[in-house]
Design a protein. Sequence first.
Length: 306
Amino acid sequence: MQVEIHGHRGARGLRPENTLPGMAFTLGVGVHAIEFDVALSADRRLVLTHDLTVSPVTSTDTGPAIPGDPAFPYVGKPIRSLSQQQLRTLDVGVRRPKSPSDRFARTQIPVPGTRMPTLGAVLALVDAYGGDGVRLNIELKSDPTRPDLSGDPAELTELVVAELDRHGRLGGAAILSFDWRVLRAAESLIAERYALVEKATLTPAWLGLDHVADFGGDIAAAARSIGATTLSPDRVLVDERLMARAAAAGLPVAVWTVNDPEEAGRMIDLGVAGIVTDYPDRMRELWSSRGLPLPAPAAALRPTPA
């Protein structure tokens, strides 16, 4: 039985999310796939960020990019309104929890001074670590209800695919999105396309279709109709009925975000193909206890040619 471990935003529970230190750490733990998020800056650079505005939880201002910059401070500003130079001033290596109950602040080891990376930098890092066998699951951040923050989904998709192609990674990557316009744009460009869904996005605005009226509420059939190759639902949506519908549609299911090994075990028993987790170390222990094949860690940098 092949079930994959997908590191969520790298390994958000263990290292700063969507960062080079986080990606390097996750490669060292050993995963089948690394999931991370990409958005477009004001100067059309592909940067890693989960939020379409600079998050006060994951980002801290350190100073303006240029003296007297009227856009400073940058925290809270739209990503697409800031240049890469401005975004690079942010410290994204220390989590600033909104409340003492922030579970990731308790388990995540900070890496002060970490800067927001580009997609190209992540691809170079994965290559340097010899991560050829690790799939890159790239979530394209686009919100159809906030076009002022998101920009054109087709442009974002084309830029991401072009960057993957430049690094020779088209065959080892997947495009993910809640905004199904991205998946439609990606259909002829890349082989693997994940239809992300959660309760809040089960609307025509996000899907570009009415899955209730047109598909009798069958989200798997709806995903298949727009060319998705994998259905990736929030864990609260996954039950026997959804799994049966996904099987009928011919779609594997990668469930997110599962951090409790007992729950992950139940998901495996339901037949999911992948578990997206903030704690890949916990999942490796579960995989070992069940005798499931484990992905090999990339423990060191690839040797430099003489």
